[in-house]
Design a protein around this ligand. Structure first.
Ligand SMILES: [Fe+2]
Ligand SMILES: [Fe+2]
Length: 190
């Protein structure tokens, strides 16, 4: 959808502004649902933590104390074996749940923090970068920047990563875009 809208406009500032609005709309759409999820996960976090602690210690102590008694003292090795197999399966599943839980319980608050940071960043760009582009770059140049922006966006990785595209691979992928930025910088200093 973003690409379709961007393809119809010929000014880089309009392209950027449209995508900022799309991001705001998506965040607003997420906000309400995630707030509801946050309320539920807050209630679930403590009992889940207690459950993990209880079962982890319970099963470990059973394996140290109860099963050896069944096997050696009572000569019930086959009963112990069946139950131990089940026990290992529940431990495997619980370890997976505990791992998932870390991200699951942290997600709502992390998203709210991200939303605030991103909205502030978008506003900052709109107040500083947009007026510079509109005031100091002519229409034709802004049209070329819009083309380069679309081209760079089409080649850019569509998954988040923490590093800026300044390495060799990033420069190859974003070459046309960066070349235009260089032209823009030259124009601004001439
Ligand atoms: Fe058990
Ligand atoms: Fe932006």
């Amino acid at each position: 959808m973003a690409t379709e809208i961007a393809a119809r406009v010929d000014d880089v500032v309009t392209v950027l502004a449209n995508q900022h609005e799309q991001a705001r709309a998506l965040l607003a759409e997420l906000h309400e649902t995630v707030a509801a999820v946050a309320e539920i996960t807050r209630d679930a976090a403590e009992p889940f933590r207690e459950l993990v602690e209880l079962l982890a210690t319970h099963e470990a102590a059973e394996e140290l104390v109860v099963y050896p008694t069944l096997k050696t003292g009572l000569q019930e090795g086959h009963v112990a074996g069946d139950c131990l197999a089940e026990e290992h399966e529940t431990k495997r599943m619980l370890a997976g749940l505990e791992k998932m839980g870390k991200g699951f319980f942290a997600f709502p608050d992390a998203l709210v923090e991200f939303e605030q940071t991103l909205l502030a960043h978008a506003e900052h760009e709109e107040q500083t970068i947009f007026p510079l582009l509109e005031g100091r770059v002519d229409d034709e140049h802004r049209r070329r920047l819009a083309e380069d922006f679309r081209s760079a966006a089409a080649r850019a990785p569509s998954h988040a990563h923490a590093h800026s595209p300044q390495g060799a691979v990033g420069n190859v992928l974003l070459g046309p875009f960066l070349a235009t930025i260089d032209r823009l910088r030259d124009a601004a200093h001439s």
